[in-house]
Design a protein. Structure first.
Length: 405
C-alpha cells in the first residue's frame, strides 16, 4: 500500500473538507476506511451531479448543445429494472449477430460488430494504456459502443455501470450483475480445478501473485452462456503463473467465454476505500491515472486492474482482448464515472490541458511525443470519426452529454 492508513486518513479528512460543501456546524467530517467510505462515495457522486447539472442550467451556449433537458443519465446495474437489464443484454447479443465492418484482410477473426471493438482495442493496446490518452480513449470507446447499441440495435437506454464498491461488499454471488440469472450480465465460469495464483509483474519488475477465483471455466448461465469469443488471446494470464497467446490475437479463434470471478481481488483492490482514495488523494492527473492503473512495482493493480482481475478468465485477464467479455463496458463506465467525479472537484483545470499527462506509448516505451488537446483518437472500424482529446475531456461538452447517478 502506498499510504499508511494514518496519513491517508488525515489527507482524506483534509481533502474532503476542501472538496465538499462545509458541514453546517464546522466539525470536520469523520471518515473511516471501511463502511463510511460508501457514504463518502455517495457524497462525491452527489457533488459531481450538482456541479455538472448547475453548469448546464447556467452555462447556456458556451457548453455546446448539451442541456439539462437532453442530458442522458447512466445508471448502476442494480438500479435498473429487470426489463431494462434484459433490453441492454439483448442489444449486446444483437451487436454480436451483426456483420463486422472490419475488412477480414486486416482482422480475419473479427466476425461481428461486437468484434470490431475488440479488434480496435487489440490493435491499439500498447498506445492506450499507461499513456496520456488512457482515460479519454476509453471514454470515447465506451460511448461509441453505447451509441452502436442504440443506433444499430434499437436499445433505448444508456450504458450501465458496475460499482465495484458494491460487489466488494456483497460478493459476486449476491450481486445482480453476476448472479447468473437471465437479468444479469451472466455469472461465474464453471469450476476449473487447475488453480494456483495469477502472477503479475515480471518484465524487469518484481513478480507478485494475486489469487484466482472459484470459477475459471466456461460461463454456463445468463445471457452470454452461448456467446463466442472470437479474437485473442494475446497476453492472457492463467492460474499457476502460466500465460497463453495466439500470436497477434487477430486470427479467428472461437471459444466459450470464461470467467473466474474473484471476490478477494475485488475486496483488496476495488473496495469503497480504494475508490474514495483514488478520487480524493491525487492532485494531478498523472497521480490520478497511475493510482488507477497501479504504479508498476508497487504490487497494487489499482481500481482499473482490480476490476479486470476480479472478472478473471478468458479474455478477462488479457489486457489486449478484455473487451471480449461484455462486462468490460460496465467496468469502464465505472472507470469513466470515477474520472468524472475526480474532474468535478476542479472542473476547469481537470477538463483542460492540465488534465492530461503522458505520451502516446505504454509507459513512454518507446519514447513518443506528449499527449495534448490536439492529439487525435481514432477508433478504427469500430466507430465514429477521429476526435481530438479536446472533444473528449468533458462528459457534457463536445460530442458527449451524459452524467452518472
Ligand atoms: C442532475 O440531473 C439529472 C438529469 O436531469 C437528474 O437525474 C439528477 O437527479 C440530477 N442530480 C442532482 C444532484 O440534481
Ligand atoms: C440537445 O438539445 C439541443 C436543443 O434542443 C440540440 O441542439 C442538441 O443537439 C441536443 N444534444 C444532444 C446531445 O442530444
Ligand atoms: C480496501 O482498499 C484499500 C485501498 O485499496 C486497501 O488498502 C485495503 O486493504 C482494502 N480492504 C480490504 C478489506 O482488503
Ligand atoms: C491499426 O492501427 C493502425 C494505426 O496504429 C491503423 O493504421 C490500422 O488501420 C489499424 N487497423 C485496424 C484493423 O483497425
Ligand atoms: Cu483498455
Amino acid at each position: 500500500m502506498r499510504f499508511s492508513s494514518h496519513a491517508a486518513l488525515g489527507l482524506l479528512a483534509a481533502s474532503i473538507t476542501n472538496a465538499l460543501p462545509a458541514p453546517q456546524d464546522d466539525t470536520p467530517p469523520t471518515i473511516s476506511p471501511s463502511a463510511d467510505d460508501l457514504e463518502t462515495l455517495a457524497q462525491l457522486s452527489q457533488h459531481a451531479q450538482e456541479v455538472t447539472n448547475s453548469s448546464l442550467s447556467t452555462g447556456k451556449r458556451q457548453l455546446g448543445s448539451c442541456t439539462l433537458r437532453n442530458l442522458s443519465v447512466r445508471r448502476e446495474w442494480g438500479t435498473l429494472s429487470n426489463p431494462e437489464r434484459k433490453a441492454y443484454t439483448d442489444a449486446v447479443l444483437c451487436l454480436q449477430k451483426k456483420q463486422s465492418k472490419t475488412p477480414s484482410s486486416l482482422i480475419p477473426g473479427a466476425k461481428s460488430r461486437f468484434d470490431d471493438w475488440i479488434g480496435t482495442h487489440i490493435n491499439q493496446t500498447t498506445t492506450i494504456h499507461y499513456t496520456g490518452t488512457f482515460l479519454a480513449w476509453h471514454r470515447y470507446f465506451t460511448w461509441e459502443y453505447e451509441q452502436a447499441l442504440r443506433n444499430e440495435c434499437g436499445y433505448k437506454g444508456t450504458q450501465p455501470y458496475w460499482d465495484w464498491s458494491k460487489t466488494a461488499k456483497t460478493g459476486h454471488e449476491k450481486s445482480p450483475i453476476f448472479d447468473g440469472s437471465e437479468f444479469s450480465m451472466s455469472g461465474n465460469g464453471e469450476l476449473d480445478d487447475n488453480k494456483g495464483d495469477i502472477m503479475l509483474g515480471g518484465q524487469g519488475l518484481p513478480e507478485f501473485p494475486i489469487p484466482a477465483g472459484n470459477g475459471g471455466g466456461c460461463v454456463t448461465s445468463g445471457p452470454f452462456k452461448s456467446m463466442s469469443v472470437n479474437l485473442g488471446p494475446v497476453q492472457l494470464s492463467l492460474p499457476g503463473g502460466k500465460t497463453e497467446s495466439n500470436g497477434d490475437g487477430l486470427a479467428y479463434n472461437p471459444r466459450c467465454l470464461k470467467r473466474d470471478l474473484t471476490n478477494e481481488v475485488n475486496r483488496r483492490f476495488a473496495n469503497a476505500t480504494s475508490v474514495v482514495r483514488n478520487i480524493l488523494l491525487p492532485k494531478d492527473v498523472y497521480d490520478f491515472q497511475m493510482t488507477m492503473q497501479g504504479y508498476p512495482g508497487t504490487n497494487d493493480i489499482g481500481i482499473h486492474g482490480g476490476g479486470h482481475f476480479t472478472i478473471g478468465g478468458d479474455p478477462g485477464r488479457d489486457l489486449f482482448t478484455s473487451p471480449g467479455d461484455p462486462i468490460f463496458y460496465l467496468h469502464h463506465s465505472m472507470i469513466d464515472r470515477v474520472w468524472w467525479m475526480w474532474q468535478s472537484l476542479d472542473v476547469k483545470k481537470r477538463t483542460s490541458a492540465e488534465g492530461i499527462a503522458g505520451t502516446g506509448t505504454f509507459m513512454n516505451q518507446p519514447p513518443s511525443p506528449d499527449t495534448t488537446l490536439d492529439t487525435e483518437i481514432n477508433l478504427g472500424f469500430a466507430a465514429g470519426s477521429p476526435k481530438t482529446m479536446r472533444d473528449l475531456m468533458s462528459t457534457t461538452a463536445g460530442p458527449f452529454c451524459y452524467i452518472y447517478i
